[in-house]
Design a binder for this molecule. Structure first.
Ligand code: XMP
Ligand code: MG
Length: 176
């Protein structure tokens, strides 16, 4: 990605600052509880790892893997679970951690699935919100950054060819 054509949309320092703020909110809401922090794989793995280390309340961690059928940049809304949780969620306070919400179809599906397991509460922290693309309403409790309709990658999100998840900043292809 050293072609000089890509653009940093959200710099790593900004991400770190916002992640700390979100963690303080999480500490406040879950005071006295032990929530289940649930990163959605694969894209949320970097954000969740940073967020988890900023949160001070005790948490358990359970991974959920989700992948949507469709092209590289557009979801079909048909979701496939690639990894399910390994402990019962009934009666638990679940905090979903997601990288990006676009149409909302993925998260709507996941919310329905997790709610069906009888959780005590369900909240969501998402790093990036492409709000202008929303097709279905989804409740978001913490949003890192609202971004324009640009294809982004880095900081866990995959870019062209499935690469660049390891870039430290949120990066975008040049605007058309
Ligand atoms: P929906 O439309 O279901 O999309 O809200 C959520 C999922 O779509 C992927 N997505 C992206 N992935 N750069 C990416 O690398 C993007 O700009 C982007 N927009 C959406 C992502 O997997 C997310 O979970
Ligand atoms: Mg993706």
């Amino acid at each position: 990605m050293n072609d000089g054509r890509h653009e940093i949309l959200v710099h790593r320092q900004e991400i770190a600052r916002r992640t700390r703020e979100i963690a303080r909110g999480i500490d406040e809401v879950y005071s006295g509880e032990i929530p289940v922090l649930m990163p959605l794989l694969r894209g949320a793995f970097v954000f969740a790892a940073d967020l988890a280390r900023q949160v001070e309340v005790d948490v358990e961690v359970e991974f959920l893997g989700a992948s949507s059928y469709g092209g590289a940049t557009e979801t079909s809304g048909e979701i496939r679970l690639t990894l399910d949780t390994s402990t019962p969620l009934s009666g638990r306070h679940v905090l979903i951690v997601e990288d990006i919400v676009d149409t909302g179809l993925t998260l709507a599906y996941i919310h329905k699935l997790i709610r069906s397991r009888g959780v005590a509460s369900l909240r969501t922290a998402v790093l990036l919100d492409k709000r202008c693309r929303r097709k279905v309403e989804v409740d978001l409790d913490w949003v890192g950054f609202v971004i324009p309709d640009r294809f982004v990658f880095g900081y866990g999100l995959d870019g062209p060819g499935g690469l660049y998840r390891n870039l430290p900043d949120i990066t975008a292809l040049p605007a058309e």
